[in-house]
Design a protein around this ligand. Sequence first.
Ligand code: MSP
Length: 611
Amino acid sequence: MTGLKRCSFNSQAMRIPGLCIIIKQLKTLQRLQTCAFFSTMRCISSDTRPTRRDGRSHYYYITTPIFYVNASPHIGHLYSAVTADCLHRYKLLKGFDSKFATGTDEHGLKIQQAADAAGEDPLSFCTDVSERFKHLFRCCDIQYTDYIRTTEQRHRRAVEHFWSLLKSKGLIYKGSYEGWYSTQDESFLTPLQVGDALDSSGEKIKISLETGHKVEWMQEENYMFRLSDFRSQLLNWLNGNPRAVQPERFHRTVVQWLQEDLPDLSVSRQRDRLQWGIPVPGDPDHTIYVWLDALVNYLTVAGFPDQYEQWWNAAHHVVGKDILKFHAIYWPALLLGAGLPLPQTIYVHSHWTVGGKKMSKSVGNVVDPLERSQRFTTDGIRYFLLRQGVPDSDCDYYDEKVVKLLNAELADSLGGLLNRCTAPFLNPAQLYPPFCSDAFPSQQYTGATCRAVAEDYNMLDAVKALPAVVEQYYESMHVYKALEAISSCVRLTHGFIQRHTPWKLDKDKIEDQRWLDTVIHVTFECLRMYGVLLQPIVPKTANKLLSRLGVGTEERSWATLNFLPKYRSMDCPFEGRPLGPDTGVLFRRLERPRTQKTRNLRKANKAEKPL
Ligand code: MSP
């Protein structure tokens, strides 16, 4: 009997809502793979397994976009970073050699103007803001391996080399550029992408229809890149690699863009207009276009132009939807031109809005990620962003939603489960108790000693299948779905405890004591799974959970998951072990933020109080 078959349970199981979700997920998986029931926990599709060659593990290289330094980080920037961090940590757990790059994009007119406005020299201005990003990332456990600044010498060398490669292949020529330019987006626009608007003083201006940013007419002698030559190669790449741009709707968008006009791209600005950038090799009167400069950062970190192939061949980019065109059209075309391999995947995510609006300083709705990570804890804000952030559509941020979610899922549900099973009343010996196969036999559903009921078997099937479900979602950057699946299993485990009310068992009766131990053992095994699978999301909380269960640091990888071995008559290394020290609640409940309504209510109550 296969594990997947077993999940087409009886109709009773289908009535359990959490289980239904898992079953749906299992059905999807069933199409992708077949795995023997309880034969091994590593039943995953072979292309995601780090097979070893010459005793070395596979490489994985994940990047965030590099962040503009014209303003401080906001919650959307943290979301890009947390998403990439999650994928990096997940790959490490899977045994990959993983590189994770982030950093700051420091050249260009926008930065030059911001530094001028602040009355600072551009480099000190950039250093200051770049340090703020670094500080935020350190505070939020963003475990990057490389931090790149485009003002570094190693990057300048990579950009110059990349430019020379394109030049030597005849793909860069001098031409005259005339058209619209948005400094805020550092982007060229066609007349169809431009509309009319009024600025704050009521004056008529032209804006980018996509971003709403002001555009200006530009007429310059520039270097141009033969982008138009690459249309069919780009289409071939996208058609041959349907998972190159994910989620699928963004893949379709890029294919659609390629049906439209694809003019050559201006890749330089005249030096007298833009000084803050890398000069064109051999022509100091021109500065390299900031997007070409910025995109090459991914190669710089990989080691370009020296030894870069090993990392570059394993490159994956996380990007926001606003910069899709740069990553899925310009970047692959530039790489094709330079004769370099294309990235494996471009993971696209949507945006965070606040009060339904785009975050902006002028609207005054920018959410400070550092302040929120202090208020809700680092793990709290990470969990919230990854649980609520949906790659396909924009998501609205508000503090009450954070508190509600964290209290329900981390404090009450997961924390409550751990708390119950480690409480001295149920677990006076503070041990990982023994599992009794007479009380929870693997084959029978009935029998004198069997206490387990059909729903318990269904729960085991769901938890057993969870790593494969979570893996599938981590791989496709649908992290919120992975968390949904974990959360629904946590609820099933709560149901298991509720059903058997172990606190009502008579500890003086040997059968009752055995069943009590078995219930706790099974719950600990479930918790161990959740702890391991949650490490990429909430590293501190997962560590606390696993340490409390007495799970060693070397026992927390994907390969060591091996759920409930006693059920399959195998040894369980945890059975009989003392629990780790009690270091307090897993996740402290948060106070609900005061809204204007509750503030008014408090005021009114105070006023009514008799002296
Ligand atoms: N510097 C360029 C990227 C160059 S990469 C070669 C840039 N920088 S950015 O600071 O404006 O944006 C960095 C990332 O943050 C992008 O992925 C962008 O989509 C993301 N976000 C910016 N605002 C966002 C939200 N409101 N919500 C989610 N992500 C957002 O673009």
